[in-house]
Design a protein around this ligand. Structure first.
Ligand SMILES: CC(C)(COP(=O)(O)OP(=O)(O)OC[C@H]1O[C@@H](n2cnc3c(N)ncnc32)[C@H](O)[C@@H]1OP(=O)(O)O)[C@@H](O)C(=O)NCCC(=O)NCCS
Length: 150
């Protein structure tokens, strides 16, 4: 399995099977076709033939030269096999090639799996009160891409 550019067919399949990646969390509103139509060169999937799509990552390079990962989801039956890490590595390469000097992502303070995952990728984690609005704290992950080998 290798990271590949996501197509609109991939996007449609993801939308149809969101619970496989996110469980009971309703993530429909966080998905938007602009991640394929406008930011498709930094939208990645890992296809696994028989079962469909094992993992995906939607992100973009902001004008601030930040490579922002909006969503990374690995199907529940495919976790802890390094797929999330591989998607991030590929995104970091694509983002750096497009001028990014850092990687950023956010998550909720209760998403312990996400926090452990992003820390394992050597991203710093800082809690910001009201980041996503009043009473909506978020953990902000950050990693500099400017250092050699990062
Ligand atoms: C978070 C998520 C993307 C991780 O994907 P993954 O493919 O399972 O992660 P990897 O196998 O690449 O893990 C890399 C490292 O991260 C850490 N890690 C990943 N998941 C972890 C968990 N649940 N608990 C503790 N550490 C974890 C480990 O150090 C792991 O390395 P190891 O397996 O050699 O110990 C996946 O759990 C997921 O899709 N969760 C639901 C969606 C979500 O919350 N996404 C993030 C918010 S946008």
């Amino acid at each position: 399995m290798h990271p590949a550019r996501a197509t609109i067919a991939d996007y449609n399949m993801i939308i149809d099977t969101l619970a496989d990646y996110w469980g009971e969390r309703d993530m429909r509103a966080r998905h938007h076709p602009m991640f394929i139509h406008e930011f498709g060169d930094t939208a990645l999937v890992m296809r696994d033939g028989s079962a469909g799509m094992a993992a995906y990552l939607f992100g973009f390079v902001a004008p601030t030269r930040v490579g922002y990962v909006h969503l990374v989801g690995v199907r529940a039956d495919s976790r802890r096999a390094g797929l999330g890490r591989r998607l991030y590595l590929e995104f970091a390469t694509l983002a750096r090639d497009r001028g990014a000097t850092a990687l950023k992502a956010i998550t909720t303070p209760t998403n312990h799996d996400s926090i452990a995952f992003h820390r394992a990728l050597e991203m710093s984690a800082t809690q910001h009160i009201d980041y996503s609005g009043p009473g909506q704290p978020r953990i902000v992950f950050w990693r500099d891409l400017s250092a050699a080998g990062s």
